[in-house]
Design a binder for this molecule. Structure first.
Ligand code: GRF
Length: 210
């Protein structure tokens, strides 16, 4: 089985990036991060250790220029998978079309509920009882592409948005690497906008164990 070449796009902290790095460092996962690209040169995620290129694209560029630069880098790197991990820019159809079904994202809610920013605050103000995170393919809609995997947790009464964020982030750190592993093992396919997972029972058991 060939090695899955991954590019991770970040804007900040990079804790999901670290979780993916850890997974790729395991022999059992035939995947390799070849580059991390950030729209923020000061992103702490760019300081993480690993044998990959670290590329900062000037955030002051306008959208068209930014994406031309991004596409230039992606074309050179030729990844099999592009993981958005706290990447705060919305990609335009220009990039999404060129990397169709190769871009995935993690969002800290149970999509399609609570798309966009300030998720946990909105979850709490709506009095929602269950929240979680979602990994999905990226399409033209905001946080709206085909869903790959989700993990849920109870929203405890009186929890703060900060603590809910921390609770869900811990789940993200388990789910995202697992999904990357499944891509590396060629167990994820997409047909007519529906995601199919080989050995889905195993993934479900894993999610239950998180
Ligand atoms: C995560 O909560 C992720 O779901 C969201 O942005 C946050 C990124 O955190 N898209 P980190 O940079 O991976 O620590």
């Amino acid at each position: 089985m060939g090695i899955l070449k991954i590019v991770v796009l970040i804007s900040g902290r990079g804790s999901n990036l670290q979780a993916i790095i850890n997974k790729c460092n395991k022999k059992s996962t035939p995947a390799k991060i070849i580059a991390v690209i950030s729209n923020n040169a000061k992103a702490s995620g760019l300081k993480l250790k690993g044998k990959f290129d670290k590329i900062a694209i000037d955030n002051k560029l306008n959208k068209k220029e930014f994406e031309t630069e991004l596409q230039k880098n992606l074309k050179k790197l030729s990844p099999n998978l592009i993981c958005l991990a706290g990447f705060m820019k919305v990609l335009s159809p220009y990039i999404i079309k060129r990397w169709k079904n190769k871009i995935i994202n993690i969002h800290p809610s149970l999509l399609p509920s609570f798309k966009g920013l300030d998720t946990h605050k909105r979850v709490l103000s709506e009095g929602v009882k269950v929240s979680g995170c979602t990994i999905h393919f990226v399409d033209r809609s905001l946080d709206g592409g085909p869903i790959i995997a989700q993990a849920a947790t109870i929203v405890n009464k009186n929890i703060t948005a900060e603590n809910l964020m921390k609770k869900i982030l811990k789940i993200e750190h388990k789910l995202y690497p697992e999904v990357v592993h499944l891509f590396a093992k060629k167990k994820i396919t997409i047909k007519s906008n529906k995601v199919f997972i080989k050995d889905e029972k195993e993934l479900n058991a894993f999610i239950k164990s998180i």
